[in-house]
Design a protein around this ligand. Sequence first.
Ligand SMILES: Nc1ncnc2c1ncn2[C@@H]1O[C@H](COP(=O)(O)OP(=O)(O)OP(=O)(O)O)[C@@H](O)[C@H]1O
Length: 214
Amino acid sequence: MTTVIADHVSKKIKRADVLNDISYTFYDKHIYGLSGRNGSGKTMLIRALCGLIYINHGTIKINEKVLHRDISFPSSIGVIIEKTDLLPEYSAFTNLKILSKVKRVASDQDIKSAIERVGLDPTSKMPVRKFSLGMKQRLSIAQAIFEKPEILLLDEPTNAIDKNGVELVRDILVEEKERGALIVIASHNQDDLDILADTVLTVEEGHLVGNDEK
Ligand SMILES: Nc1ncnc2c1ncn2[C@@H]1O[C@H](COP(=O)(O)OP(=O)(O)OP(=O)(O)O)[C@@H](O)[C@H]1O
């Protein structure tokens, strides 16, 4: 079983409380939707859960291991945060191939099938700098899922993606949940939240205020 436990998590930037005493337990085989206005703290929460920022108070435990104490980042995780960095001069396949060398858990076949799954061509030599915004976003999804991670933290995963692509991405995320992934999605797209989320959490001025279990 995979668990991510936020326990009294707070983060201040300058003097502003961007995360304010957040306590919540996330489980596997579940999609959590983060809803909230611009600047409410959704991205900060995602950054905190994947270890990209240090928090000022509280703890985050990934499978009972405390982030920044026992581990520096979760070992089995796929992340999309705005402007996920891709290497613009290389093809889709080469981008994922380079990433795969870090952990060595994905084969070339895993890379190809992830690229195919998001509707891109794994044999294409087109460099990513020539990709449209939507194509880059699709590749970001492939990048997040290709190693079959236990945890997926996705900030606006359907951003810039066309209608057919959005349906494809939603199908992929449901398949990933059924595979057993713990998925957190921040989205302004109400349809994404309605269709995908088993639980919708509302973030307001750094607090988790709503917990709408469907
Ligand atoms: N690098 C930064 N330096 C200072 N403050 C920041 C920084 N990044 C974010 N913040 C502040 O943290 C707060 C939460 O921002 P966050 O990006 O988490 O909001 P969000 O809910 O994801 O918004 P959006 O819906 O626009 O993506 C905001 O008040 C923002 O101004």
